[in-house]
Design a protein. Sequence first.
Length: 462
Amino acid sequence: MPEGPASIHDAVVVGGGVVGCAVFRALVLAGLDAVLIERGADLLSGASKGNSAILHTGFDAPPGSLELACMQEGYAEYLAIRRPLGLPLLETAAVLVAWTPEEVAALPAIVAKAHRNGVAGVRPLEPDELRRREPNLADGALGAVLIPGEHVIDPWSAPLAYALQGIANGGAVRRRTALESGRLSAGTWRLVTTAGPLAARLVVNCAGLFGDLVEAIARPSPFSIRPRKGQFVVFDKPAARLVSSIILPVPTARTKGVLLARTVFGNLLVGPTAEEQEDREAAATDGVTLERLVQRARQLVPALADQPVTATYAGLRPATAASDYLIEALPDSGWITVAGIRSTGLTAAHGTAGQVCRLVERHFRPVQPLPAPLWTPVPNLAEDGPRPWRSGGSGAIVCHCELVTGGEIEAALGGPLPAGDLGGLKRRTRCLMGRCQGFYCSAKVAALAGDRLAPRLGDTMK
Ligand SMILES: Cc1cc2nc3c(=O)[nH]c(=O)nc-3n(C[C@H](O)[C@H](O)[C@H](O)COP(=O)(O)OP(=O)(O)OC[C@H]3O[C@@H](n4cnc5c(N)ncnc54)[C@H](O)[C@@H]3O)c2cc1C
């Protein structure tokens, strides 16, 4: 609901990606009256909707960087809160594999960096130990490094859980609300949004791929976003049995490279690429690159030759020219900037939120953590966790590939943060995301949704 400028919020968080959702939650739990605004029809309309879903240890992050600090704080917080929020953890570990003598030569420095970054248990793996861990890996690996703490999470339920906990504890989320401009007057931001005016003493810019444009409301932006696309191929579920760990390449100066990883939903993915582009929104895939990814996966694990592909997707990293995150306060302007959270933000989200809370205390106002916050667990979507179809009582199965019941779809269309578009419904339930990609169930899903999902450009119910 649009509101008059009379109510002045403690904070408006701009951008409902994973970072904005974590910042919103942290501010609410710190006792602030916070509002999260998102220009899309649903949360996760930007970078956060397409990533590799890895919970990183930071073993390979630049030592001493803000990115490393945020990742490690975020990693610890995710482990601390995942059970009360109902969030999964697929404990895969990672192996970084060297295929050439040059790559073997790089391994000691990778282990040393991990130890300097305080990441426990990282150690070399001899080829025969690697073979025992990953018997389906191609012949020819010359060496490897084991990173026991790298794991896989649900990239969509996590940010939704953060936003829902923020709402349950007194915060508000407004979608289809794009910040257009603002004016700071007597310590209050008078914000103009596409859904009406808003007033707040503090604005936190978490606008991801649009961060520099939003920043220009407060100051000439000190950074420019350079979207960097990553394309992925998702193999069908039986493929996941061929791989146990996340299989990482030896990174280059430019990119961490293409990895193979299981997903919590029971698939196997290969990706991402790293392609600079101008467009901040269109994350298109192309046949040539996808074919290269498939070939790369089959080179790494020859038995994938028999495995069909279920889906493809791409995500855009909100990169800047800087090598580190930018998280800073403008104390005289009631503004905090959170920018350039490019390749690691799913992991680092709570660390960036922690930084924001400390900046709030240092520059703006004391925080008073809620003494007994409410915890609002989200439904499990992970393959190895409890799902309603197993227990019955949640209606008939509608999506047979992903075993989604009518009850799950109904629940995702209601509640305090109902799916705002088809993408949001898919991310909340996994309907239409399985082997048939909606061929068999989209009509039933459309009938269940009725007019509760506003189609967006490019979003069709088929
Ligand atoms: C290919 C790829 C692989 C990745 N793999 C991993 C991984 O394995 N592990 C990991 O930890 N991280 C990973 N990441 C990184 C992670 O996904 C990003 O760091 C993260 O999504 C960035 O989130 P964000 O909230 O900063 O930005 P976004 O998700 O872009 O969120 C910003 C939001 O702001 C909204 N917005 C923009 N302008 C306005 C406005 N004017 N008003 C209101 N709202 C606005 C947008 O619609 C958007 O929803 C990966 C990213 C990519 C692209």
